[in-house]
Design a protein around this ligand. Structure first.
Ligand code: NDP
Length: 285
């Protein structure tokens, strides 16, 4: 049975450290504050936003939520972001994705001040992830890197395969593994002979969005398997993109779903928010 990479445990440790950082900053007159914007009533987005607010409360971080109706106009959302950009009590702005179809996600992301863009989706921050010297890294790939490191696993010289090439997970994940000297292959829906590629991986990161997509026969003996997927089955259970039951007997280490990558993502959001507060010297509300 593979070693369980418990994001739940590691994220609790990180949050504990951050709680200390937050009180230190407050002594210096710096007050972290996160603004979360949610548009429409997607149930999964609602759960994510609630978890983010809860984490802020745990750490003593001020947070405010803007829950806008699904028919909110794009310009209205831009105006809100512009006001939050100027707000000296807000260190960090997060727009929960996906947005309703009539809103141009790209335009919204580009409206956020890159210094407050704790999701690191703004082109300025994306560019810095390519070139190095970044302040913010997208929370999910950042969380995965922390989890790997905490478990004593190094990508240095390893064959790293990322399945999925989204801007949120796959692409930045590949870049972070590359920065850590992994030899990186990115796979996607047009990849031919996928199992051949995944079977070559020492570190396999799966971010596809299809339940139990990666099966034991696609995994190399002793590989480290990171399951990013969050899929809800018909009976409302959460399952990942990896067939945990089968793969756990082949891998040397594996993340569970839930309790793996998910909690790490939230911990990294908190880390970015604290960092943003120090950068922006955020004032108290
Ligand atoms: P996207 O839908 O944006 O991307 C999915 C990727 O998977 C695409 O690049 C797509 O390829 C690829 N893909 C789809 N089908 C196949 C296939 N048959 N073979 C190979 N590749 C395929 O998803 P996200 O990256 O946003 O999210 C992925 C999963 O991770 C979801 O389950 C999501 O809920 C979860 N997630 C979890 C987070 C966490 O904190 N744990 C955070 C963010 C996401 P192509 O580009 O060719 O279409």
């Amino acid at each position: 049975m593979a070693k369980l990479l418990s994001g739940k445990e590691v994220s609790e440790r990180i949050k504990e450290e951050l709680r200390g950082d937050v009180s230190e900053l407050k002594k210096q007159g710096i007050f972290p504050g996160l603004a979360v914007i949610i548009v429409g009533d997607d149930p999964a987005s609602r759960v994510y936003v609630n978890n983010k607010k809860k984490a802020c409360e745990q750490l003593g971080i001020y947070s405010e939520e803007y829950a806008l109706s699904g028919d909110t106009k794009e310009d209205e959302l831009i105006r809100l972001i512009e006001n939050l950009n100027k707000d000296e009590a807000i260190s960090a702005i997060l727009v929960q994705l996906p947005l309703p179809k009539h809103i141009d996600e790209k335009r919204i992301i580009e409206a956020i001040n890159p210094k407050k863009d704790v999701d690191a989706f703004h082109p300025v921050n994306v560019g810095r992830i390519m070139t190095g010297g970044y302040d913010f890294v997208p929370c999910t790939p950042a969380g995965i890197m922390e989890l790997i490191k905490e478990s004593g696993i190094s990508p240095n010289g390893k064959e790293c395969v990322v399945v999925g090439r989204s801007n949120i997970v796959g692409k930045p994940m590949a870049m972070l593994l590359l920065h850590e000297n992994g030899t990186v292959t990115i796979c996607h829906s047009r990849t031919k002979n996928l199992a051949e590629k995944t079977k070559n991986a020492d570190i396999l990161v799966v971010a596809v969005g299809k339940p139990k997509f990666v099966t034991a026969d696609m995994v190399k003996e002793g590989a480290v398997v990171i399951d990013v997927g969050i899929n809800r089955t018909e009976d409302k259970k959460l399952v990942g993109d990896v067939d945990f039951e089968g793969v756990k007997d082949v891998a040397s280490a594996i993340t569970p779903v839930p309790g793996g990558v998910g909690p790490m993502t939230i911990a990294m959001l908190m880390k970015n928010t604290v960092k943003a507060a120090a950068i922006n010297k955020t004032k108290s509300k």
